[in-house]
Structures are given as C-alpha cells and as structure tokens.
Design a protein around this ligand. Structure first.
Ligand SMILES: [Cu+2]
Length: 140
C-alpha cells in the first residue's frame, strides 16, 4: 500500500515539474488521496464520538465515558426521547467550550476543539444534568 502511494506521488511530481502547459485546472486539483477512515492516523485528524439517550424517559446518556483524540471532535448526538436534550462540553475548569443544539426525537451534530485532558459532557436543560444526564470525555 505504501509503495503504491509513493510511486503515485513521484509520478505526479515529475509530471508537474516537467510540463509548462496551461493545464491549470488539473494542476489545482489535488490527487485522489483518500484520507484514512480510521481514527488512528497521525495528528490533525478529527475523531467522532457518538452520544445517545436511552429510550424511555431516563435522564441519562447511554455513554458515561467516551474518549477522543485531541483536535477537532465531532459529537454525533442522537436523542431518541421526545424530551428535548442537548450535549454541552465543558473543560476541567468548568468553561463551556461548545456543544449541540437542543433536539428531541432526532440527531444533532456539533464540533468542538479539545486538547488532551478531561472534559465533562452534559445536557444543559435546567435540572437535567443534576438528574444525571452527563458523562466524561477523555481526550488523549
Ligand atoms: Cu436534557
């Protein structure tokens, strides 16, 4: 796999360096290097955490602990309850850094930027967090 990628990029470099035509459209188009789909790649890749609520009316998330890599983290929140919830994230000093919109019977995505450390995610509807709808996000 790695050999193929190297050969491909060498070929492109040779191509771009040798020609002097007006093919700017092709030159501006990056080669089709599909980024790895896994979250185990090098730095800079975003990771995704899935957070959902249980059916019924329990004020809780299905996930008590989630982990992500430092950087841009996408929260995929799926609230199956008819009761509105959201997912807000705060850092260890209690500073809210972002989160999803309120949603009921549906999904709401959000992206937050995190650094290595421990964060708390919770529902910001008054009384909900106190009732237990929160969890811990560990960033490595
Ligand atoms: Cu809630």
């Amino acid at each position: 796999m790695a050999v193929v990628a190297v050969v491909a990029s060498l070929g492109l470099a040779a191509c771009g360096g040798g020609s002097n035509n007006n093919d700017t459209t092709a030159a501006a188009t990056p080669p089709a290097t599909t980024p790895p789909a896994t979250t185990t790649g090098g730095g800079g890749g975003g990771s995704t955490v899935d957070i959902s609520t249980p059916s019924g009316s329990d004020l809780a998330f299905n996930q008590k602990r989630v982990s992500a890599k430092a950087g841009s983290v996408t929260i995929d929140f799926d609230n199956v309850q008819s009761l509105q919830h959201d997912v807000k994230v705060e850092d260890s000093s209690g500073q809210e850094i972002g989160g999803t919109d309120l949603v009921s019977s549906g999904t709401a995505p959000a992206t937050v930027a995190v650094q290595p450390g421990t964060y708390t995610f919770f529902c910001s509807v008054p009384g909900h967090r106190e009732a237990g709808i929160q969890g811990t996000l560990t960033v490595k």
